[in-house]
Design a protein around this ligand. Structure first.
Ligand SMILES: Cc1cc2nc3c(=O)[nH]c(=O)nc-3n(C[C@H](O)[C@H](O)[C@H](O)COP(=O)(O)O)c2cc1C
Length: 164
């Protein structure tokens, strides 16, 4: 798939078939994440890939806005060491992973990490060092049904040539 096709076909998917995702695909997703732009070339990220059912269920319980992680086949937790631009870097890595997932036909959803009261609990659950901040959880699985796209604001409403 062309990059632009991944961008335009991507949508948050929260219902999954329950079929396993090959390790190679999960590795490819993390590989996409680590290639994101990173301020001052710091690369503060660490990616924890969770595939075991009890851990996915626990994550879905703890991360209250991502309950559907319980039904996911995998979840990639994106952490960053607390550098000046850790949030921007971690978000760039998250989006790369979402686009790579769309490219493979995988369903994925970004679940908030940073700013959430459960962020530290997720870190402890996954054995992550205390100086790493949870940026996002990416819930993953083969889509259970039709992938429905959100209605985006029209281009003409958001594009401002030269001046707002
Ligand atoms: C920073 C961020 C945090 C998000 N957190 C959640 C979340 O906790 N739970 C959830 O179901 N979706 C979450 N989403 C997904 C958004 O709800 C979704 O992207 C939005 O509704 C637009 O739909 P689309 O992704 O299908 O285009 C998050 C997205 C972003 C960018």
């Amino acid at each position: 798939m062309e990059t632009r096709d991944s961008i335009s076909s991507r949508a948050s998917v929260r219902e999954y078939q329950g079929k396993a995702i090959e390790k190679k695909l999960l590795e490819a997703l993390v590989d996409a994440g680590r290639r994101a732009p990173t301020a001052r070339a710091v690369e503060p990220w660490e990616f924890v890939v969770v595939t075991e059912k009890p851990a996915l269920v626990r994550l879905g319980e703890v991360a209250t806005t991502g309950e559907f992680i319980k039904q996911a086949s995998a979840c990639i937790a994106v952490f960053c060491r607390e550098t000046k631009y850790y949030l921007e870097d971690g978000c760039a890595a998250t989006e790369n992973i979402l686009l790579a997932a769309a490219d493979f036909g995988l369903g994925a959803c970004w679940v908030a990490g940073d700013k959430k009261p459960y962020a530290e609990r997720v870190g402890r659950l996954l054995g992550v060092p205390a100086d790493c901040k949870l940026v996002s959880l990416i819930s993953l699985g083969w889509p259970a049904g039709e992938v429905k796209q959100a209605k985006n604001r029209p281009l003409k409403d958001v594009l401002h040539w030269e001046k707002f």
